[in-house]
Design a protein around this ligand. Structure first.
Ligand code: GRG
Length: 312
């Protein structure tokens, strides 16, 4: 074939291809790379911190997390019309909080877990005191990151809203209370009580992630309310999927710790099939909330499916 014909054929193939094909895999990889780079940079900026502390924070921040919460913040901002770069710094504050929560959750006083994401937990790789302190530092630095971003970009009013979102989702009104409920014996007696626990323990930070992205992008009240509903539904489906993965031993955590400790989970209370059915229903409901956005919500729509289809 002549090279001019080859060229024509290629152009022809391009023209007949769909104008735009969204591939979640590419989207997640590109946004994760941005988040990883920003996290790396943020740790560099933290010096002079104690080298052992920084090393421990880095160990857990780069232990193989999916970056779901920062990516949700970015996707929410994009749905509203902003770029990923515009929300990247507030988005990484969410990963700092998430990482702290996992480090502390793994401690001997809580889950006493030896493995997470297929590698030793921080207190096993370092020591318990360092793990406690690295968690403390990540929690505190999350707010430092937000505050500095606000001052540097003259967005102090927005930052006070972001601090409110992040603090209420992760503190006594949210994740920490969820964790206290989760440590109680006996655990939740029924699905309603389990849902309430999950809403605090994992749902609140997932909702804050979406809201923080949307607030940074200047969402209207209607957009923010819609995205909050989406996030509430996705958050619960995420937890059901996590329970299913955990009971199937696919998370790289210690083998089915929940069942071993007599903890109530979705599969334990209603069985694996019914749990999967409910998670699917929640995801469909979440996706139908996004109709007001059109094509800009494509990442959020695909992430919703990913939350229950993921294998880790
Ligand atoms: C210690 C104050 C305090 C709170 C801990 C969130 C939490 C509260 C504990 C985590 C326990 C746990 C494993 C909950 C299940 C849901 C969850 C947060 C799973 C891990 O999140 P992913 O899948 O994690 O986003 P990666 O590894 O991708 O970062």
């Amino acid at each position: 074939m002549k090279s001019s014909d080859k060229k024509k054929q290629t152009v022809g193939a391009q023209l007949s291809a769909p104008l735009h094909t969204f591939r979640l895999e590419d989207y997640l990889a590109s946004r994760k790379a941005m988040v990883d780079e920003a996290l790396d940079k943020s740790l560099g900026e933290r010096s002079p911190g104690h080298p052992k502390l920084i090393k421990a924070m880095r160990y857990s921040l780069f232990a193989g997390g999916k970056r779901l919460r920062p990516i949700l913040a970015i996707a929410a901002a994009e749905a509203v019309g902003a770029s990923a770069e515009e929300v990247l710094t507030p988005a990484i504050a969410l990963e700092y909080i998430h990482t702290y929560s996992l480090i502390h959750d793994d401690l001997p006083a809580m889950d006493n877990a030896e493995m997470r994401r297929g590698i030793p937990t921080l207190h096993k790789a370092f020591d318990e005191a360092t793990a406690i302190l690295a968690g403390d530092a990540l929690l505190t630095e999350a707010f430092n990151i937000l505050a500095r971003w606000g001052v540097e970009n003259a967005r102090e009013a927005l930052v006070s809203n972001l601090v409110f979102e992040l603090a209420s989702a992760s503190g006594a009104e949210g994740m920490v209370s969820g964790q206290v409920y989760d440590l109680e014996t006996p655990g939740p007696a029924d699905i309603a009580a389990l849902d309430a626990l999950h809403r605090l323990k994992t749902g609140a930070l997932i909702k804050a992630s979406v809201r923080i992205g949307a607030l940074c992008a200047g969402a209207t009240k209607k957009q923010l309310d819609t995205l909050s509903k989406y996030a509430g539904l996705v958050g619960l489906a995420f937890q059901i999927a996590d329970d299913l993965l955990d009971s199937a031993d696919m998370t790289g955590k210690d083998k089915d710790l929940d069942a071993q400790r007599g903890k109530k989970t979705y599969p334990i209370l209603i069985g694996r099939d019914e749990s999967a059915r409910r998670a699917g229903e929640l995801i469909e409901a979440a996706k139908s909330e996004l109709k007001i956005f059109g094509a800009t919500a494509e990442p959020l729509l695909s992430i919703a499916d990913f939350v229950i289809e993921r294998q880790s």
